[in-house]
Design a protein around this ligand. Structure first.
Ligand SMILES: Nc1ncnc2c1ncn2[C@@H]1O[C@H](COP(=O)(O)OP(=O)(O)O)[C@@H](O)[C@H]1O
Ligand SMILES: [Mg+2]
Length: 145
């Protein structure tokens, strides 16, 4: 597990670049942390690093937004309004997560709401907002069976 401290948006951008460079395709990134922790903001910067030119905004109301990066098709989910994995299945989430495609990268905010259906390997990023705009990140690979 890696622990990272972010003191500013600049730090977030730097960290996003570093993470984006490690992607080979097929990654599923789970973002957890309270409302306002910075999940969407971090995702925005990672997408920017992956070559997404469009504005990235929170998919809270649409559940999913799709982007084209330089190398990857990117799917950004927000499960805030869902209360079980079944609802995500109805949405077709598994087609995105288990596509087996090395052309896609999936980001899921509030994945804890649907964890009953998550199986396989994930990159988990947990964000905690400490005092004075300082953010603490825990990054780890996680597998659910
Ligand atoms: N690293 C950061 N430094 C300063 N402000 C940040 C940082 N990350 C997020 N914010 C700010 O916090 C607010 C909430 O962020 P957001 O990414 O929408 O949170 P979440 O998706 O976790 O609910 C936004 O106004 C955003 O600009
Ligand atoms: Mg968000």
């Amino acid at each position: 597990m890696e622990r990272v401290i972010l003191n500013s948006l600049k730090d977030t951008e730097k960290f996003a670049k570093k993470i984006a460079k490690t992607f080979v395709g097929g990654e599923v990134v789970l973002l957890s942390g309270d409302l306002g922790a910075g999940k969407t903001t971090l995702t925005k910067y990672i997408l920017k690093s992956l070559g997404v030119k469009d504005d990235v905004s929170s998919p809270t109301f649409t559940i999913m937004k799709e982007y084209k990066g330089k190398k990857f098709d990117i799917y950004h989910f927000d499960m805030y309004r869902l209360s079980s994995g079944v609802e995500a299945q109805e949405f077709g989430l598994e087609d995105y997560i288990y596509s087996g495609s090395d052309k896609s990268i999936v980001f899921i905010e509030w994945a804890e709401n649907i964890k009953d259906i998550l199986k396989g390997e994930f990159l988990k990023i947990e964000i905690k907002l400490l005092d004075n705009n300082v953010r603490e990140l825990f990054v780890k690979r996680e597998s659910f069976v």
